[in-house]
Design a protein around this ligand. Sequence first.
Ligand SMILES: *Cc1c(COP(=O)(O)O)cnc(C)c1O
Length: 453
Amino acid sequence: MERTKFTLDETEIPTHWYNVQADLPKPLPPVLHPGTGNPVTPDDLAPLFPMELIKQEVSTERWIEIPEEVRDVYQLWRPTTLFRAHRLEKALDTPAKIFYKYEGTSPPGSHKPNTAVAQAYYNKQEGIKRISTETGAGQWGSALSFGGACFGVEITVYMVRISYDQKPYRRIMMEVWGAKCVPSPSEDTKAGRDMLAKWPDCPGSLGLAISEAVEDCMSRDDTHYALGSVLNHVLLHQTVNGLEAKKLMEKADAYPDIIVGCIGGGSNFAGLFLPFVKDKIDGTRPDLRIINVEPMSAPSITKGPYAYDFGDVAGLTPLIKMYTLGHSFIPPPIHAGGLRYHGMAPIICHLHQLGLVEARAEHQLATFEAGITFARTEGIISAPEPCHNIKVAIDEALKCRESGESKTILIAHSGHGHVDMAAYDAYLSGKLQDYEYPEDKVKEALAELPKVG
Ligand SMILES: *Cc1c(COP(=O)(O)O)cnc(C)c1O
């Protein structure tokens, strides 16, 4: 019998995160202050984040030590397992070898606590009592609530209203872990009140919820803000997963030809692929393909321009150079598959510009179909997000069936879908439709981009 699971011992949890900024062939473009247009300074960011995270954001040190307290918490579910998808391969009748690294065994059920725990820890170390944040479907909010519970930090989560109304279970998880969850737009902030005055039934968006969380943080001395994706320090924390994956692929006596992952803000996939992209940068694995998969309904890399934009609707955040659909982007309510942010992690955008990674957009119906195939073969009911890359992995495996090649495909599997049953129900009962984000909306958004230097 060929092996199905590859595992590491608890003592093999990486001791350091990998910082790709040490190895980039060209440095990242600077993040700009929205008022002055100059690069932001650590002092500009100090009201929002602990100094340790601000340092990590711009560090070019290759290895950054994971604090022992954080590794202690990681031990609750890390190292996570690498699976060989024998049953999926058989069902596809493909000579391809398909692996997936599965992050769904963490307490909140995704990769997100890899950074949530670290962020709660650094805030606690700096004497911060409370953290505000935003959440879309609730995955990040629940992960940070868990992180807060680990270190005794109070958490307030602004949750996009449409999810707050339609998906109560993640809100309840946040409350079980002791956090407060507020539907956004809310009456608690100026950004929320302004939106409600214009549009009382506004379903909310991640960009708007970020505005509320940032405003909440700025109005109090005991509060910091936390972001669950996009930023360099978040991607850094997620590399714990990619480092494990690299060791595990060695144990499996394999190296990927193709790595696929889904991208919302880009953190789970970058966390997996960054330790591998290093091999591409230094020329040891020039043929490795890294495919970022996004939804057709929020296609920032595949359709958006590469430009400076705000991270939020109200224009409170620094300006970040990224592929963007415009900071006023509100995703269509018809979209069930997560991954709804208007921008993208600057590190992924930069690597895309350098030709080191590729991107592809997928329609939601096909991704759910892939998720069902995966569930009926491998057993795991995936969150709608990783169904995007499972779809691409299946396509690539089917190409191998045509060509007879036996490629090795590694799937970044970011989490389970146990709290997303309504989305599967909508799919199975024929209520979901495909939606392609229109070109003219991308053009409209361009007109709204902030003018830079
Ligand atoms: C949040 C989330 C994503 C998308 O966020 P990234 O920062 O792009 O990783 C993907 N999968 C799952 C399961 C998530 O919870």
